[in-house]
Design a protein around this ligand. Structure first.
Ligand SMILES: C[S@@+](CC[C@H](N)C(=O)[O-])C[C@H]1O[C@@H](n2cnc3c(N)ncnc32)[C@H](O)[C@@H]1O
Length: 255
């Protein structure tokens, strides 16, 4: 199992893998997230499961969405929170290896609503209207992935949207086949409406600007099991909500 907190603090992602920084920290939202947003696939309360350093959640909040970003790595949440308020993450007590690149400075013109929480996406509960799982599914060991799909379903209201990317057919430990993903989602109660190959942008790997992913859209089928309706455990150090700008001028940065 990958130690993401250790990785954010400077350890290896996978033993023997060259250190290329945080490859998914591309300095802005993933293009797929921007496209989903433009297509209206974010509505109501959005869960960003495995939000990493927060740029997808911050982008969505800047577009006026209510977003809760959850990550298992406290350092990732520290960086995300700092970016959202324009504070250099290197000045936070726990530091962090990702580049200090705030995209939205603290402002008073707020309408988005952004909450950060440290937690395991495979155990959280809720009633979210949209679930974003950007490059999360492959991070879990294969035997925990079906439970993640079920948990995300149980954290979603009936009819909620799921927007998911995960690395496609790479080497272990990040290998996910189409049948594996389809089965996990379908058996968890997600009706798949789109399943195709796409790509995610990566940073810091020379000659490798993107990686292949499964790009999936799904809708939460009417629940047959009883789903609990609580919110994810909030990081005690996390303020209940961090306001960010929804000023259209606060566009996502790019490198
Ligand atoms: C590949 S990164 C993707 C980050 C972000 N979603 C993006 O698209 O840039 C995967 C993230 O998922 C987090 N993660 C891994 N397992 C998790 C789990 N069980 N629950 C919550 N977050 C998890 C990692 O800490 C990491 O930040």
């Amino acid at each position: 199992m990958v130690d993401f907190e250790g990785f954010y603090r400077g350890g290896p992602l996978v033993e023997g893998m060259p250190d290329v920084g945080v490859p998914w920290d591309i300095g802005g939202p993933q293009p797929a997230v921007v496209e989903w947003e433009a297509a209206g696939r974010f509505r109501g309360h959005v869960l960003d499961a495995g939000c990493g350093t927060g740029d997808n959640a911050i982008f969505l909040a800047a577009r006026g969405h209510r977003v809760t970003g959850v990550d298992i790595a406290p350092t990732a949440i520290d960086i995300a929170r700092s970016r959202a308020v324009g504070i250099d993450p290197d000045s936070t007590p726990s530091g962090g290896r990702a580049a200090p690149t705030p995209i939205i400075p603290a402002r008073s013109d707020t309408s988005g609503d952004l909450t950060w929480a440290v937690g395991d996406a495979a155990t959280l509960t809720g009633q979210f209207d949209t679930v974003l799982a950007s490059a999360l599914f492959h991070c879990l060991p294969p035997d925990r992935r079906p439970a993640l799909a079920r948990t995300l379903r149980n954290a979603a209201a009936d009819g909620a949207f799921l927007n998911l990317t995960c690395l496609a057919n790479l080497e272990a430990p990040f290998q996910v086949s189409e049948p594996e993903l389809r089965t996990a989602l379908t058996e968890a109660g997600w009706d798949i409406t789109r399943f195709e190959r796409g790509s995610v942008a990566v940073a810091g790997v020379p000659g490798l600007p993107t990686l292949p992913v499964w790009l999936v859209e799904a809708t939460a089928a009417k629940a047959t099991a009883t789903a609990t309706a609580t919110t994810p455990r909030a990081d005690p150090a996390t303020p209940p909500s961090t306001r960010v700008s929804s000023d259209p001028g606060a566009a996502p940065r790019s490198r």
